[in-house]
Design a protein around this ligand. Structure first.
Ligand SMILES: Nc1nc2c(c(=O)[nH]1)N(C=O)[C@@H](CNc1ccc(C(=O)N[C@@H](CCC(=O)O)C(=O)O)cc1)CN2
Ligand SMILES: Nc1ncnc2c1ncn2[C@@H]1O[C@H](COP(=O)(O)OP(=O)(O)OP(=O)(O)O)[C@@H](O)[C@H]1O
Length: 200
């Protein structure tokens, strides 16, 4: 795939996501949460990193609510200025209800408090624009997740996406960080065996 083709793919998928009705998106958020509820990875995890949905992504509200209800420790991403890596800010039930987040210039919201390193997370629920059947991932193009996951981590990497975000075949760049599974409103697509959870 040439850089131009990749750019076009990103543009098309962004448009397609934006064209979804609000109801369809909300339903997708509830469905992925219902599927996740039946997955061992959720119940085994204690520290869960998850994005704050923006850009018409699969909404994460239902999963965050579920996690808090199950007494999981929930962390939201924050871009650290000096190295442009993601740090993880824990939110409790009250902070989540208050929704006191800052607007980031890239268009999403971020918590303000100091975050921790990705090393501490057991499960990382990631946004994406495209994925393929090998678990390759294309994001919004900032490389934030790639930079953050560059070193080996124990976190199980779960992408959230609509079905149409599955692409035929994506080239994997040397820095691209593959996914362990993707959750769509139809269910879980796994690329690695569950045994790899709690990788050492
Ligand atoms: N919800 C969410 N948070 C996230 C990410 C994400 O993909 N989704 N990121 C994953 O890495 C990081 C932010 N990455 C981004 C990279 C590029 C653009 C971007 O190109 N923004 C456009 C406006 C996009 C639009 O409105 O559709 C712009 O600034 O012009 C945005 C975010 C960290 N937080
Ligand atoms: N480990 C890394 N160290 C330094 N730069 C990196 C690293 N990983 C990615 N980058 C930079 O980030 C840029 C964007 O990467 P890429 O197009 O793969 O982003 P993406 O996966 O789509 O975005 P995101 O991870 O933010 O969702 C690359 O051109 C590369 O220069």
């Amino acid at each position: 795939m040439t850089p131009e083709q990749l750019k076009l793919l990103r543009k098309q998928l962004r448009q397609q996501r934006r064209s979804l009705a609000l109801r369809t998106r909300q339903q997708a958020g509830r469905k992925v949460s219902q599927h996740l509820r039946r997955q061992a990875v959720l119940h085994q995890a204690r520290h869960i990193g998850i994005y704050l949905s923006a850009f018409s992504e699969v909404p994460t509200q239902s999963i965050i609510n579920l996690g808090l209800k199950l007494h999981k420790k929930i962390y939201l991403p924050q871009i650290r200025n000096f190295d442009q890596k993601l740090r993880w800010v824990r939110i409790n039930r009250q902070q989540w209800q208050n929704r006191r987040f800052s607007s980031h210039k890239l268009g999403m919201h971020e918590p303000r408090q100091r975050g921790i390193s990705v090393n501490r997370l057991d499960l990382l629920i990631m946004p994406l624009l495209a994925f393929d059947r090998h678990g390759s991932r294309v994001g919004m193009g900032g490389g934030y997740y790639d930079r953050t996951l560059w070193k080996k981590h124990k976190a199980y990497r779960l992408g959230l996406a609509y079905e149409f975000q599955q692409a035929e075949q994506l080239d994997r760049k040397p820095w691209d960080q593959p996914l362990d599974a993707v959750l769509t409103p139809s269910g879980l697509i796994s690329f690695t065996s569950q045994k790899s959870f709690y990788k050492t």
